[in-house]
Design a protein around this ligand. Structure first.
Ligand code: G3P
Length: 219
């Protein structure tokens, strides 16, 4: 996956579920082709295969369980993700947090299956702590800003710089409240390897237009 990257988390928004997930994914593919900017998606496990069969973008799961193949009823195993064409998985999102031992096992298991991990963290301190578990990328997202109108780039620029200073350039995505090209520009200027967004696209009346605006921040 090329960096910097725009990662769009579909969460469980109806506009980004089932057939709508595929339609929305196709809009992302069109915009990635038009602009040459790297875009990745994080979709519900149940939609993974449907999406990976319809677009040629890195597609992430939003979570998976530490589960082997076999007698693990109801679990989402990393083997199934891989089989469904997933590029990797988000882990430890503020809406799907994991105990640290489970997180470490998840990262190790993902790596053994060749799955890329983006591990979310709620603070600079937590970002540093999860980076020590060796994920591929850390995503710093202050939970109080998620889904809101104030972006992390505007509200906490110093924290983005602190996170990048601690972990190095190319290792940290930032997210929460990002809506505009200016938000993206600031995050990249402070050293972020990309941004993680959701509602700006999944709740937009015109997702293509919302994406167009965000992608201007990468130019
Ligand atoms: O995973 C991305 C997310 O938590 C940020 O959400 O709606 O603030 O862009 P949003």
């Amino acid at each position: 996956m090329r960096l910097p990257v725009l990662v769009v988390n579909f969460k469980t928004y109806p506009s980004a579920t089932g057939k709508n997930a595929v339609e929305l994914a196709k809009i992302h593919q069109k915009m990635a082709e038009k602009t040459g900017i790297s875009i990745a998606l994080a979709v519900q496990a149940v939609d993974l295969r449907f999406v990976t069969e319809n677009v040629d973008l890195p597609v992430f799961a939003q979570h998976f369980d530490v589960a082997e193949q076999g007698a693990f009823t109801g679990y989402v195993s990393p083997y199934s993700l891989k089989d469904a064409g997933a590029y990797g998985s988000l882990l430890n999102h503020a809406e799907r947090k994991l105990p640290v031992d489970v997180l470490q096992s998840s990262i190790d298991l993902a790596r053994s299956q060749g799955l890329f991990t983006i591990v979310c963290a709620e603070s600079v301190f937590a970002s540093k702590a999860v980076s020590e578990l060796s994920p591929d990328l850390v995503a710093f997202e202050p939970p109080e800003l998620i889904g809101g109108d104030v972006s992390v780039s505007n509200a906490q620029p110093q924290l983005i710089q602190d996170a990048v200073a601690m972990m190095g350039k190319g290792k940290v995505l930032v997210g929460a409240g990002i809506k505009t090209a200016e938000d993206v520009k600031l995050a990249l200027k402070f050293g972020a390897a990309g941004v993680l967004v959701s509602s700006v696209v999944t709740r937009a009346h015109d997702p293509e237009k919302a994406l167009e605006e965000l992608l201007k921040g990468f130019l």
